[in-house]
Each structure stands twice: as C-alpha cells, then as structure tokens.
Design a protein around this ligand. Structure first.
Ligand SMILES: Cc1cc2nc3c(=O)[nH]c(=O)nc-3n(C[C@H](O)[C@H](O)[C@H](O)COP(=O)(O)O)c2cc1C
Length: 142
C-alpha cells in the first residue's frame, strides 16, 4: 500500500467557536480512523495548517473534500508526496491552537509585511518566481 501525505494552509471562512472545532474534530477523527488517515491540524491566527497522511487513494479523496469545504477558503497546497512511514501514527488527527503570544514568542517570527519582504516591490511583477512568492505571501498576510 502506497502511503502519501498532503499539507496545506487555508483561512478560516468564519471564526469557529471551540464547540464547533470540537464537533469538527470528532467527525474528522471518526472518518480518519475508518480510512487509516493520521495527521495534525493547527489553528494559528485564523489560519488552518493541516498535514494528512495515509493510503494514497484515500488521501486524494479526502483532500478533494477538504478543498471544497466552505469552512475555509484561500487554500494553498504547501507540500505533498510519498512517504515510507507515518509521522503521526498514533493520531487520527492531533490538534493544537497556537495562541497569539506563542506566535510572537517564536524566535524569528515577524509579521509579514510585503514591503519589508520585497525590497523592490516592483520586481515581483517581472520575475515569475517572485510573482508566485508575492501572491503566496499576500495570501498568508491577508
Ligand atoms: C480544517 C478542516 C480540516 C479537515 N480535515 C479533515 C480530515 O482530516 N479528514 C476528513 O475526512 N475530513 C476532514 N475535513 C472535513 C472535510 O472537509 C469534509 O467535510 C468531510 O470529509 C466530508 O465527509 P463526507 O462527505 O464523507 O461526509 C476537514 C474540514 C476542515 C474545515
């Protein structure tokens, strides 16, 4: 059986209450147990970052469901690929909400200001890689 992982980042469509998150996690964990999917979900300043791993077919099906879920938007694929072994074998979906103070305490953390990142803001329009990076950062900072 081929194992695959997918990691993405998205914005919460609306602020979910703790109660809504608990219900969501309950449903996610039930389904993931059935499909042998494991992983991690982080909630950071209104953004979801999720890593899912499991059988290739199931990961593709579930990722397609997640992508069209109205509870989030502006979903960006961060990474995906094949793996030999799981990172989160004991977690049908580990969850952690990272509070604002923790984010600020992360060494090297800096608020993403596009003008700080792009010293010459006009260049991103000319260079294709910079254009992709610019749009990616813009989505992160919004
Ligand atoms: C942030 C977020 C993370 C989710 N993670 C998972 C997941 O790991 N596994 C899963 O099956 N569904 C996950 N879902 C739910 C799916 O988007 C979708 O609602 C669900 O898979 C639908 O299942 P059903 O069509 O079988 O009822 C997630 C939804 C959100 C908003």
């Amino acid at each position: 059986m081929n194992l695959k992982y997918v990691s993405y980042m998205s914005n919460q469509a609306q602020i979910l209450k703790e109660n809504d998150i608990e219900k969501l996690l309950f449903q996610i964990r039930e389904k993931n147990k059935r499909l042998a999917i494991t992983g991690l979900l982080l909630l950071i300043q209104g953004k979801f970052i999720q890593y899912i791993e499991g059988p290739e077919d199931e990961i593709e099906k579930v990722y397609n469901k997640i992508k069209s879920d109205p509870r989030h938007n502006q979903l960006i694929l961060l990474d995906s690929g094949d793996i030999d072994e799981r990172q989160f074998k004991d977690w049908s979906m580990a969850y952690k909400k990272i509070d604002d103070q923790t984010v600020e305490d992360i060494t090297g953390y800096k608020n993403l200001e596009l003008d700080d990142l792009f010293l010459k803001p006009n260049q991103e329009k000319k260079h294709p890689v910079l254009k992709v990076l610019y749009n990616f950062t813009k989505a992160l900072a919004s």
